[in-house]
Design a protein around this ligand. Structure first.
Ligand code: ATP
Length: 375
């Protein structure tokens, strides 16, 4: 196991600045997801850590050793890609022990190591099969086994579940969490799927345009997004983001947005907060059927246990959710006006100029306790 750090790491491909300057410190034993939209630099970051790309400048450390000049084989990392690339002519057992052969581990040590991994990944009944006789999830487990057998310091995964169907993905997510809890290997995992990142990570590094936007626990990212990008990117359905105007006076702040004015205490926002802002409201922080505010329903989308409701409030689009067992849920129709209230303590306020968060998070928002401990 080992900590990983990127210090002022820059990567330029020809004319394209892929990563302008990345600083990221991953603790020993963490499970960190690099999350962001296509082209944000996740894979480039992972490949630099693996030694498959050379940083243009800056330093990368694994376990305190500077590695950016070292070839992949000298970094003590193991990598699993989206395509598992198993050897089709070898059995599961032969595939798994392959790295031991390559690294010159004495043959008499192989069976114990193989048994250990096969047990961990529940592959014992499959050891004599060839890859084409396995399901996608089983193949994925073999690929994980092959990567894990020599106990790397750092485990790197690049969208390893994206070829699997939704049910199997959910299953493998749980398996990966369990595996990490048992092995405790520092893991860096690339994904554009926020559900994967939210469920598996000890911390998430949200990237956009090659720039790290926020590095925090899933709850920090969800409840205290550092800027407007993170606010809009994390959460399904997405947070409603509406333009507003903020004025500070002697007794607090007046916030005008969507034709509505609300008062917020001084303690809620930074002292310098004022002017043009963007107001973020999570769907669950809009409560339908009570309160003094009113919106017109545009669309009701039943999803089973709840409905997603899109509404218009003074020209601003709002999205909320309502549980199906609430009697009001069955009555909601497009075109209707519906009263609602907002949990003001959960409003997210961003500067429209800089995009940065203006809440004072010591007083605002749910206390953040839930987090998956690093192993
Ligand atoms: P995706 O989720 O689509 O895989 P990503 O977040 O992993 O995207 P990267 O593959 O790291 O993004 O790419 C980041 C940026 O660097 C993109 O603009 C991409 O076009 C550019 N890039 C990556 N590899 C190369 C390359 N070999 N040559 C030129 N540009 C590259």
């Amino acid at each position: 196991m080992a900590a990983v750090s990127f210090k002022h790491v820059r990567k330029v491909f020809g004319e394209t600045v892929s990563i302008p300057s990345l600083d990221l410190d991953i603790r020993d034993g963490e499970f960190v997801c690099l999350l962001g939209p296509s082209g944000c630099g996740k894979t480039t970051t992972l490949r630099m850590l693996a030694g498959l790309e050379q940083p243009t400048s800056g330093a990368i450390h694994i376990g305190g050793t500077e590695v950016q000049e070292l070839p992949p084989a000298k970094r003590d990392i193991a990598m699993v890609f989206q395509s598992y690339a198993l050897y089709p002519h070898l059995t599961v057992a032969q595939n798994i022990v392959y790295p031991l052969k390559k690294r010159g581990v004495p043959k008499q040590e192989w069976p114990a190591m193989l048994n250990n991994i096969a047990q961990l990944l529940q592959l014992e009944p499959l050891l004599e099969r060839k890859p084409k006789q396995l399901s996608g999830g089983q193949q994925q487990r073999v690929a994980l086994g092959r990567a894990l057998i020599r106990k790397p310091k750092v485990f790197l995964l690049d969208e390893p579940l994206s070829n699997l169907d939704a049910k199997l993905r959910a299953h493998m997510r749980a398996e990966l969490i369990e595996l990490h809890q048992r092995m405790g290997t520092t893991t860096v995992y690339v994904t554009h799927d926020q559900l994967e990142a939210m469920t598996m990570s000890t911390r998430i590094a949200v990237m956009n345009g090659g720039v790290l936007q926020q590095f925090g626990t899933p709850d920090e990212i969800y409840y205290r997004p550092a800027n407007q990008f993170v606010a809009g990117f994390i959460g399904t359905p997405a947070m409603s983001l509406i333009d507003g105007d903020l004025q500070r006076d002697d007794t607090g702040f007046s916030l005008h947005a969507g034709g509505v004015t609300v008062r917020l205490p001084h303690a809620a926002l930074r002292a310098d907060a004022s002017g043009e802002v963007c107001v973020g409201i999570r769907p669950e922080d809009i409560v339908l059927g009570r309160g003094t505010l009113s919106a017109r329903i545009k669309v009701v989308e039943p999803t089973g246990h709840e409905s997603i409701v899109l509404m218009d409030c003074g020209g601003a689009s709002l999205c909320t959710r309502i549980a199906s067992d609430v009697p009001l849920a069955a009555e909601l129709r497009a075109g209707q006006s519906v009263p609602f209230e907002i949990t003001l303590a959960r409003l997210h306020i961003f500067s429209r100029q800089s995009g940065q968060r203006m809440n004072r998070d010591d007083t605002n928002v749910t206390s953040i306790k839930r987090t998956r401990d690093a192993a």
